[in-house]
Design a protein around this ligand. Sequence first.
Ligand SMILES: [Zn+2]
Ligand SMILES: [Zn+2]
Length: 276
Amino acid sequence: MKFDCHMHTFLCGHARGTPEDYIDQAVSNGINLITFTCHIPIEGSGFLQDGIRMNIRQFPTYKSLIERAQIYGESRGVEVLFGIEAEVFPNAEKLESMKAVLATEQFDFILGSLHHQLPIFRRWLSEQNHNTDQDKIDAYFSALAEGAASGLYNSMSHPDVIRIYGTIDSFEPEDHEATISNFLRTLVKHDVHMEVNTSGLTKGVYKIHPDPIILGWAQKLGVRLTIGSDSHNPKQVGQYFTQAFKLLDDIGFEHISYFKNGIPIDVSLETILKGR
Ligand SMILES: [Zn+2]
Ligand SMILES: [Zn+2]
C-alpha cells in the first residue's frame, strides 16, 4: 500500500498533464492511491486567480475530471480521491468565499496551505509591521496554528514553505522552536494532521517540508502525518517517497495516514517500506 495525497490538475494554470497521466505515473511508481488537491477557487484579487487557481465556474469541470480519473484509475488499480488544497490566511474574513466551497462540497481530503508568497500575505505582514524575519516567521506559524484550530482542514500542507520564495532571508528551525512547537501542539490538540511534502527536495535549500528537525519535534509530540508530492507535472508523482519513508522511519514515526470522506486511515510505515 502506497499513496500520494497532494497533486494538481491543469485547471490551476501552472500544472501540466491530464489526471490520467498522473495515474499512469502512479502505476509506474507502485502507488495505489492518489488524491487530487487542486488549488481552491477563492474570490478577492489578493489571492490571485489566473495562473494560480481555477475560478469557481471551473469547479464542475474539476469534479468531472476527477470522476473520469476515478474510472480510469479503477482500470489501472489506482484508487483516486477527491481533495482540495485550501488557503490559510490570518484574516478569516478574506476566506469567506473559500469557506462556501468547503461547506457545500464533500471532499475526501482538505489541505490547508499558507502561500506566503501571495501579495495579500505580504501586504498583511507590512500592515501588521511584521518586518523582521523573526516576526514574519512567528506570524506565519501562528496563522498556521489558527488554521489548524479552525477545523476547516484535515492536514496542514508544506508547513515550512515560508523558507522559500524570498519572504524571509534565512530559516533555522531551532531559532523559532517556541512558535513552531506551539503550532505542532495545536495540531495534536485539534487532531489535525501535518503534511510531509517532498517538493521541498526540488527547490530552495533542497530539504523536505517540514525540515527534519521539525519532524523530530512533531514525532515526540505525537503529530500525525499525511504525505504528498505536490505534483504539478505527472513525472513528480511519488517523487522522493522512498527517501521520505526512510527518514520518517529513522525519526521514529510508525504510521502515515490518507483521508477518505474526511476520515483518516492509518497505514503502518513498515507496511509501506516492505511494499505490501
Ligand atoms: Zn500550485
Ligand atoms: Zn501549496
